[in-house]
Design a protein around this ligand. Structure first.
Ligand code: T3D
Length: 264
């Protein structure tokens, strides 16, 4: 039997999902997309999972689209419909990550290129090994950044750096990525998984529903005017204020005990 392209493992309330095509730097094939989406759906649907870590097997995180995959070939041998590949594969993946009911951490163990870089950047936290790097490889093959790159890059690092990264396709080392605010943290290679799992454990103990609504509020507010953002905050606080976790958080604070959050 062939190796699964995606591995899932659970430690406590943390689900670790590993991209598992190391010989091709975990580049995306249609089959890997399907297994990855299924693994994310399974994590989202499992009430015992309260944080997700995504990482890569071997020396790379993900080299983006597998440029040899059948997904990329038109049946008649003509030019491929890459727009269809984006709509069928990358759009659902990017939206799935952004709508997870729990925080998602990318533990970037090695090079993250093309859609592999933007898949990582779409996660809530990116922790990268010092030897890792981020490459907007698209310009080198005549494409634009996808998997959310055009939206994410300028918001994360501003237009000047977004344009620079996207047009040159130069590799940005993890340390520099942290310095300019593209990622959360750069850590020593040997400490990557320990640090990612420690952060995931901390997040798992926090109120998941409030964390997911925080992501949503920050993303939506970027497209609203000030008044509308204030209205959105009011609506979310109204809903959260009626939920179990708020009552539990306040009760635990007043009783000077640790809270036990359960909402998702
Ligand atoms: O359908 C669409 O195109 C639309 C979607 C687009 C989204 C995208 O992601 S477009 C961008 C696609 N990705 C790339 O262009 C990156 C291509 N890869 C590289 O530039 C380099 O591999 C890296 C800079 C990422 C790493 O370089 P290096 O020297 O560390 O490794 P390598 O030797 O190039 O790669 C190792 C193996 O992985 C090698 O296979 P081999 O020779 O050992 O059998 C290489 O061919 C394979 N590999 C790496 N990236 C891809 C890949 N195979 C297929 N597709 C890849 N993207």
């Amino acid at each position: 039997m062939s190796e699964p392209l995606i591995l899932s493992a659970t430690q406590g309330a943390v689900r670790t999902i590993t991209l598992n095509r190391p010989a091709a730097l975990n580049s995306f094939t249609g089959a890997m997309h399907e297994q990855l989406l299924a693994a994310l759906d399974a994590a989202a649907g499992d009430a015992a999972v309260r944080a997700v870590v995504v990482t890569g097997a071997g020396r790379g995180f993900c080299a983006g689209q597998d440029l040899n995959d059948a997904d990329m070939r038109a049946p008649d041998g003509g030019a491929p419909d890459i727009g269809a590949v984006i709509e069928r594969r990358y759009l659902p993946l990017a939206l799935r990550v952004r709508s997870m009911p729990v925080p998602v951490i990318a533990a970037v163990n090695g090079v993250a290129a093309g859609a592999g870089a933007n898949f990582a950047l779409g996660c809530d936290f990116v922790i990268a090994a010092r030897s890792a790097g981020f490459i907007q490889a698209f310009s080198k093959i005549g494409l634009v950044p996808d998997c959310g790159g055009t939206w994410l890059l300028p918001r994360l690092v501003g237009r000047a750096r977004a344009i620079g990264l996207a047009m040159t396709g130069d590799k940005l080392p993890a340390e520099e990525a942290q310095r300019i605010g593209l990622i959360w943290q750069c850590v020593d290679d040997a400490a990557l998984m320990e640090q990612a799992l420690a952060l995931a454990g901390r997040l798992a103990a926090l109120p998941s529903r409030a964390l997911a609504d925080t992501r949503r509020a920050l993303d939506d507010a970027a497209m609203l005017d000030y008044g509308a953002a204030l209205q959105l905050e009011a609506r979310l606080q109204r809903e959260l204020g009626r939920a179990h976790d708020y009552a539990e958080g306040v009760a635990a604070f007043l009783a000077k005990r640790a809270p036990v959050f359960t909402d998702r």
